[in-house]
Write a protein that binds this ligand. Structure first.
Ligand SMILES: *Cc1c(COP(=O)(O)O)cnc(C)c1O
Length: 344
């Protein structure tokens, strides 16, 4: 794969916006900054944020054992995925492949960017249909979106499927690992150096417990990261988000404790769900949610709502007829859920 042949021509040729903070980087607290037309009176947010979020990346690179020039941060994963479309997919010409049932943003972003979305439905046990996927690829296919663990099904894709796609597809394989920290499987981060077409997204929104911050992460080769850096909004991660992310990451043991608690809660909940008489199937899950098949998803969804519990009704999604997706809550919330389910 040659990254320079994959990127859109206008992106390859464009000059990025050079912000004041880009032009002058050797920051020292004692200096007087009169270069960015900021208001000089300190209030915690009067200065522009670091466009490269160096402090956050430094901590993240230690936690995830990957070099800082292989990290890009975005305003949620949404921004990161959008940047991939904008960098690599020519509107009204190129296409991407997604595997329903999966995360809805891929198709929304494809539509938004006027990029054809070729859908290849997962197999009945929610694995990628590798042969069909490769048959759908043509010279304008730029990205294959794999979500593993997959939302809303909860399962991780087999290593074999992922490797086959990485080896046989000349475009980018985006592996969405939003739920990887709940998974029994290893992340594919260590594989990035072996597969130059592998790009991995993760997020602060789920296991890290910071959905309100809007902070998404992309890991890829330095070549891909530098293309995306060129087109990202210069100050895309605000001062408060960078500051809070750092503070929270310092409490990494607390984050890990909560992940472990959620995993224990999940194991308990999976067993208890099977005891509910209208639950027909509890799908295996590697994430912090579980997909269940019930007798009548619309009816059960409304009954739960009446009792003050909101779950996600996925019945209209392909392969998900009569399925509800339930997030693992606190121990108290899960107990209430089970009590109410059993009482319906
Ligand atoms: C929740 C989720 C995300 C996270 O999105 P953010 O914009 O980072 O909050 C990404 N991918 C999948 C599949 C998700 O379910």
């Amino acid at each position: 794969m040659k990254i320079n042949e994959l990127v859109r021509k206008n992106i390859a040729q464009m000059q990025p916006y050079s912000s004041a903070r880009d032009e002058f980087k050797d920051f020292e607290e004692s200096m007087i900054f009169l270069d960015a037309n900021e208001n000089p009176f300190e209030n915690g947010v009067n200065r522009y944020p670091d466009p490269q979020q160096k402090s956050v990346k430094k901590v993240l690179s230690k936690i995830k054992k990957i070099s800082e020039d292989q990290i890009l941060l975005g305003n949620g994963s949404d921004e990161i995925l959008d940047l991939l479309f904008r960098a690599f997919c020519e509107p009204n010409q190129d296409n991407v492949i997604t595997l329903p049932p999966t995360y809805g943003m891929y198709s929304v972003l494809a539509n938004l960017n006027a990029v054809e979305n070729r859908e290849v439905i997962l197999t009945p046990d929610f694995e990628p249909n590798v042969i069909d996927i490769l048959n759908k690829v043509d010279e304008n296919t730029k990205i294959i979106f794999l979500c593993s663990p997959n939302n809303p099904t909860g399962n991780s894709f087999s290593d074999e499927s992922i490797v086959t796609l990485l080896k046989n597809f000349k475009g980018l394989v985006l592996l969405d690992e939003a739920y990887i920290d709940f998974s029994e499987k290893e992340s594919w981060l260590a594989e990035i150096s072996d597969y130059p077409n592998l790009v991995i997204s993760q997020t602060f929104s789920k296991a890290f417990g910071m959905a309100g911050l809007r902070l998404g992460i992309l890991y890829a080769s330095p070549a891909i990261i530098s293309i995306l850096n060129k087109i990202k909004p210069p100050y895309n991660i605000n001062v408060l988000t960078q500051k809070t992310a750092l503070e929270q990451l310092e409490k990494k043991t607390t984050i890990d404790d909560k992940i472990n608690l959620l995993k224990e809660e999940k194991a308990k909940l999976l067993k208890q769900l099977l005891e509910v008489d209208f639950v027909e199937k509890v799908y295996p899950t590697d994430a912090n949610f579980v997909l269940i098949k019930v007798d009548d998803a619309n009816k059960r969804y409304l009954q739960l709502l009446e009792k003050g519990i909101v779950v996600r009704n996925r019945t209209s999604q392909v392969l998900c007829t009569n399925c509800l997706r339930i997030t693992i809550g606190t121990p108290e919330e899960n107990t209430q859920l089970i009590t109410i389910l059993k009482s319906l």
